[in-house]
Design a protein around this ligand. Structure first.
Ligand code: NAD
Length: 423
């Protein structure tokens, strides 16, 4: 099943529970605009290469389209459509006045030189320039894109429109209009939501074992926050594999190793040394095994479709925190729900990123700026009430947290559509 078909299935399920009008279901199931571009790039060896790129604008009933740009060899239109729909739902579930969009280019950026990457980014910007802008559609970083790439987009856009428009993208470096705290926002938002659920369930951090899949921006920082808050983070993985350490891992150590271009798995022997325990306390695990280790909280922070009908019955965690987009398939959702596992859905769990991006847009429009502490405080003020509202809908509709998050979000979008009289 394509990722967009999974999204449609999720929308349909929530719509049935809330008895949503069929016309509304159709609106939510069809992106407003789909753009496909062929991006010509002069490579360093003088040859010309064409890269296929996309920008999908799902809906803008709540505000300008908002969503990242992904550079990956496996990007396809169905994936970008799914990600753009989730962005609409994500912004709405946390009540920020933005719609949903997403972009992507089919490319393995690790195979490009810095110059090739910049030329490709600038050409892609030129091709989507007519549809982006601070009040129209605001891109941001996603997998394999970063602040530097956002700065290139902002610079190219400024050349095209003849003035500096920092608000055309978010996730920029601080020097060119970025915001303090964007680097930690996704993990921090997920952490606030987890803390709220833990309190509700009477779970204590010190007695909670955590496994983290995907030790990148979202997962690595989440692990660090959890260790600082007293959780026992016992396992972590990246694309090459993972480690399990019963007495807890050291996120700072792993981060340091990753910056030196080593994988989490390289830490196996090193971790044993650090803990001065025997080998049975710390061992390497495969990517598949990581998902099934003995833990209370499983943080998914890598890619889509990690828990499927094939492994859902082997997950031991009581809570699955989806920092990645779409890591659990609809079939797995059903199995986990039957087994009483709480899945904190992506559209809520990772909404901290876009929330702080919204703060960045406010900063750019007002010329003001906030400190990291102010940003984190404002983020908490949005994430915790949003989580509580989803919990209320969970009880009201007697449904899963994902269904409740979709219901919360869709009802807000529905109200906007009705108020605007768009149909
Ligand atoms: P990233 O590239 O910084 O990190 C991803 C990590 O996952 C890397 O360490 C990679 O090695 C690892 N990985 C890849 N395949 C794996 C596998 N099979 N098993 C274990 N690890 C694997 O990316 P990121 O920004 O942290 O994003 C991760 C996910 O979170 C994506 O789904 C992204 O869309 C989502 N997300 C990120 C943000 C954000 O602000 N960074 C916001 C919302 C959602």
């Amino acid at each position: 099943m394509s990722l967009f078909k999974s999204t449609l299935k999720q929308i349909k399920k929530a719509s049935t529970l809330m008895e949503l009008d069929e016309e509304m279901v159709s609106i939510l199931s069809n992106p407003n605009r789909i753009v496909e571009v062929s991006v010509p790039v002069r490579m360093d060896d003088g040859t010309l290469k064409i890269f296929k790129g996309f920008r999908v604008e799902h809906n803008n009933y709540c505000g300008p389209y908002k969503g990242g740009i992904r550079y990956h060899q496996h990007v396809d239109m169905e994936e970008v459509k799914a990600l753009s729909a989730w962005m609409s739902l994500k912004c709405s579930v946390v009540g920020i006045p933005l719609g949903g969009g997403k972009g992507g280019i089919i490319v393995n950026p690790k195979e490009l030189s810095e110059g090739e990457l910049e030329r490709m980014t600038r050409k892609y910007t030129e091709m989507i320039a007519p549809i982006i802008g601070p009040d129209k559609d605001v891109p941001a970083p996603d997998v394999n894109t970063n602040g530097k790439i956002m700065a290139w987009i902002a610079d190219e856009y400024a050349k095209i429109v003849g003035e500096e428009v920092p608000g055309v993208v978010t996730g920029k470096p601080l020097e060119v209009g970025g915001i303090e705290g964007r680097d930690t926002a996704t993990a921090m938002g997920g952490f606030f939501v987890l803390e709220d659920i833990m309190k509700e369930k009477g779970m204590e951090p010190a007695k909670t074992k955590v496994a983290v899949q995907g030790f990148g921006n979202a997962g690595g920082i989440a692990a660090k926050l959890m260790v600082e808050a007293g959780y026992n983070v016992v396992a972590a993985s990246d694309s090459k594999g993972g480690i399990y350490c019963n007495h807890g891992i050291f996120p700072d150590d792993i981060m340091k190793h990753k910056l030196e271009k080593k994988s989490v798995t390289d830490l196996g022997p090193h971790m044993v040394e650090l803990h001065a325990k025997d080998d049975t306390d710390c061992y390497q695990v495969s990517n598949e095994e990581l998902l099934e280790v003995d833990c209370d909280v499983l943080v998914l922070a890598a890619l889509e479709n990690q828990i499927t009908e094939k492994n859902a019955d082997k997950i031991k965690a009581k809570i699955v925190l989806e920092l990645a987009n779409g890591p659990t398939s609809p079939e797995a959702d059903e199995i986990l729900a039957e087994r009483g596992v709480i899945v904190v859905p992506d559209i809520l769990a990772n909404a901290g990123g876009v929330t702080v991006s919204y703060f960045e847009m406010l900063q750019n429009a007002s010329g003001r700026s906030w400190t990291r502490d102010e940003v984190n405080k404002k983020l908490k003020e949005i994430m915790v009430p949003s989580c509580k509202e989803v919990s209320l809908n969970m009880n009201k509709y007697n449904c899963t947290m994902r269904e409740a998050a979709f219901i919360t979000s869709i009802s807000r979008i529905e109200k906007k559509i009705m108020q605007k009289g768009r149909v």
